[in-house]
Ligand binder design. Sequence first.
Ligand code: NAP
Length: 485
Amino acid sequence: MTGLDLLGAQQRNLFIGGTWREAASGARIEVIDPADGSVLTDVADASTEEAVEALDAAVAAQADWARTPPRERGEILRRAFELLTARADDVAHLMSLEMGKPVAEAKGEVAYGSEFFRWYSEEAVRIHGRWMQAPAGGSRLLTVRKPVGPCLFITPWNFPLAMGTRKIGPAIAAGCTMVVKPASQTPLTMLALAAILEEVGLPAGVLNVVTTSSTGELSTALQSDDRLRKVSFTGSTAVGRTLVAQSADQLQRLSMELGGNAPFLVFEDADLDAAVEGAMVAKMRNMGEACTSANRFLVHASVATEFGERLGQRMGGLRLGRGQDEGVDVGPLIDEKALDGVTRLVADAIDDGARVVTGGSAPDGPGFFYSPTVLVDVPPGSAINTQEIFGPVAPITTFETEAEAIERANATEYGLASYVYTRDLARTIRLAESLDFGMVGVNTGLVSNPAAPFGGMKASGFGREGGFEGIEEYLETTYVALPAD
Ligand code: NAP
């Protein structure tokens, strides 16, 4: 079994209250193969009424689910981790088809994404409050942790599995029910995940999946409903701002994982072999279509030429192609709009004076491919340094002093990931304390880890996913005052 066969025809539909069903209107959304623009299959296109029915199902399941013993919730997650791991090859193939990333990378995402289920299967049984004596004596303070209630999860297309499991895992562990709306471009992986959770015994109504082309209407309708208590969103800052504004009337709890503009700092004392290796990971993971992707390379002037040439050699040696083909390193971008955006940013940078070390263009079609590109002499103010590239392009600028590097790194509205290459411990500590980012990778190009608190600040959003912190997003606290006698 590979790829599309993983989903039966019935499962390319809405999953509401434990039942798979077509949209009442019969409307469908086409899923496109980004490697050639052909139609892979289609999924149901839900109406707003059907989205509200999914919330009805989540609300109906909430009380029983909250009462389900934590061990039972944890064991469902554990079984889901095991089944997902057993089906990793098929899920990865399916993900590669709809999203474009090479199958090997998709397998990496399945391994990463499934770990959120394992981690939160272990955290489900560790939810606890506290008991203490009031400082002045005379009373006791007790806290009770409770699930926040029905949630809405909206996920992006770039990590179709992991962006879901890092919300679904802690929500299940905490005892919340949910409606999930995956990105319209990559709904299949989420539907396959729902089928796995159904198979391992997640009770009906705890997880509901709604695919729709009326995304704005769905979020407006569900967020105006006082039964929805929480929204967790991963995607662009623009949509995040809309969802934050829409949460005001019902004062929903929010987690916002938004865009990034990660600086990648290489100091004069850095191990250049390690820096080039780390740059390949930080830049090329997911074809550069990651919110953590290194977006601005800030390299000390004394090592910039060597770093640029070596990175250019590595990037220029990568093989583009269909993600399911053997030996492919770089798949297509998600769609034509994404390809046009990357093409425009590179053209503007060249107009601004940047020099191309490798790449700099899109190969002939079909598909939405862009050649891995390294640019040097990029003016700091060029649009490619201020906007999220979301493609396989590494723009390099130089700096002279540590103070200048920090100032330039922080000169962005975003604050998600940052990367630092240096062998100086004191400098490492200064940078970790001075960089206004939720994550700092030191001599590594990969910060994501299910046991770590992933998240940003400023326009990159708020809230943390993963780690001990991740479950807090799904818990409320009731404080109980107890007299001592
Ligand atoms: P996007 O346009 O914001 O879409 C993300 C999700 O939001 C999709 O499911 C989309 O649905 C939905 N959406 C769009 N408009 C909506 C509305 N008015 N109300 C409710 N939902 C709405 O972003 P994208 O282009 O898919 O993803 C790329 C962005 O995500 C980048 O900026 C990237 O940095 C960010 N990202 C952040 C993280 C993180 O953890 N911080 C991780 C991955 C990606 P449709 O598909 O139906 O339009």
